[in-house]
Design a protein around this ligand. Structure first.
Ligand code: FAD
Length: 406
């Protein structure tokens, strides 16, 4: 970020001492989704009298805790179309921001260990291809050639029979995404207020009229709620209900090793996934913790279980040390698809239900929510993701989502 007359401090975004009395739009949550919506509202719709309120620091929620996997090889038509639009935005994002996001196209393998896994991978590959997404079912010879270091017998008990190979699969530097969107929004007039918690939302005659914060009241007629794992608490403030349930999702990284793993490897049966970051660290994740909990504590049980399964795939890693582990709180939906768009409360827009899959959706979620908020009409890419679908039983069934093995 170069120093310039408009940004003499050379900082990523300005600090505003005071909140204004009113804004055209208030966005709750300065994760990637809230910041991306602010960015596109200002850039694409000319709506810049916007503030983003964050109870902690920007990117401190799931945006800064995820394992950064980006892909579009989902199983439902609405999912594939949506995530494919996101991948296309990701590809130009560093240039768009003039900030290196370390976006790195690696290829993505979802391993099949049983005949039924193979059937699902073939199904996904066909749906993907139908919508123009590069995906194919590959056999063990292909995998062994590309990944000679992998034990194809998986310790002898879960042999790899094939995989869904998705060449566009990628990783990116997650906190840079929050900073890029934050800086871009700030430069277009959006105010970002950290350490500002929303404690209440005022609704009169079914319409939003303001938000109560830890720093005072703000008048507004439009609120976008993008708080991921805190969604049920915010919905309580406007008397809305959703079927979202919260589970911890943990991850860990190893000490850096020399580059040896280019693609991203996922095994739903073993509940593991692994990639190697630009710094050489192995980034490792698993399924959700199997209990509902609003907590970011991490556990030894997770580290032990995940390490054991990773060693089945890559036994030579037994001497590598784990250096950090953490958890985020995942806002899960029963059909593993997000909840986006308008709600029965006029002026209250929802971007939630991102569970284990929302990082990759950051650009497209920002873009489609900005459209929805600016025009008060639902963007065509997100019509199937409405809150109303749970009332009308029009569920999506997105079994291509990650870490939903339980
Ligand atoms: P967040 O980044 O969580 O931002 C919400 C913000 O709202 C937070 O900063 C929070 O402090 C703030 N907030 C909450 N309540 C209030 C309030 N009352 N007032 C003001 N602010 C408030 N997705 C993928 O696509 N690929 C992956 O590889 C992947 N791996 C993951 C691994 C882990 C361990 C975890 C936890 C998640 C993973 N995800 C992944 C999911 C992804 O991280 C999330 O879906 C995504 O980051 C959600 O972004 P967000 O901006 O909606 O939420």
């Amino acid at each position: 970020f170069a120093l310039s007359p408009e940004h003499p401090e050379g900082r990523m975004f300005q600090t505003h001492a005071e909140l204004k009395d009113s804004y055209d739009v208030v966005i709750i949550g300065a994760g990637g989704h809230g910041l991306a919506a602010a960015y596109y509202l200002a850039r694409d719709h000319g709506v810049s009298n916007v503030c983003v309120l964050e109870k902690g620091y920007i990117g401190g929620g799931n945006t800064g805790r995820n394992t950064t996997i980006i892909r579009s090889n989902y199983i439902t038509p609405e999912g594939v179309r949506f995530y494919d639009a996101s991948v296309k935005l990701w590809e130009d994002l560093s240039e768009d921001f003039d900030l290196n996001l370390f976006y790195s196209k690696r290829g993505h393998y979802t391993l099949a260990h049983t005949d039924s896994d193979l059937r699902t991978m073939r199904w996904r590959a066909e749906v993907n291809k139908h919508y123009g997404v590069e995906s194919e079912l590959v056999g063990p010879e292909f995998i062994q050639r590309e990944l000679p270091m992998m034990d194809m017998s998986c310790g002898g008990h879960a042999p790899v029979l094939g995989a869904l190979h998705h060449a566009p699969g990628a990783i990116a530097r997650h906190d840079a995404v929050a900073w890029g969107y934050g800086r871009g929004a700030d430069r277009r007039g959006v105010e970002i207020h950290q350490k500002t918690e929303v404690t209440g939302i005022s609704v009169m005659s079914g319409k939003v009229c303001g938000v109560q914060t830890s720093r005072g009241f703000i008048h507004t007629e439009k609120v976008l709620c993008a708080v991921a794992g805190s969604t049920p608490r915010l919905l309580n403030m406007v008397d809305l209900q959703s079927p979202i349930y919260i589970h911890p999702l943990q991850a860990m990284v190893s000490e850096p090793t020399k580059p040896w793993l280019n693609p991203i490897i996922v095994s739903g049966s073993l509940h593991v996934y692994i990639s190697q970051s630009a710094r050489g660290e192995l980034v490792l994740g698993a399924s959700l913790d199997p209990y509902e909990l609003h907590s970011t504590r991490s556990t030894l049980d997770f580290t032990e279980g995940l390490s054991a399964h990773i060693l089945e795939l890559f036994p030579f890693l037994s001497h590598v040390k784990i250096v950090r582990q953490w958890a985020g709180i995942a806002d899960m939906t029963p059909d593993f698809a997000p909840i986006m768009g308008k709600t029965p409360v006029e002026g209250f827009y929802l971007d939630a239900g991102w569970g284990t899959w929302g990082f990759k959706a950051t650009p497209v979620a920002g873009k489609t929510m900005a459209h929805t908020v600016a025009s008060d009409s639902i963007h065509p890419l997100i019509t199937e993701f409405s809150l109303d679908r749970f009332r009308s039983y029009a569920l999506t069934g997105e079994k291509g989502a990650a870490s939903v093995g339980h």
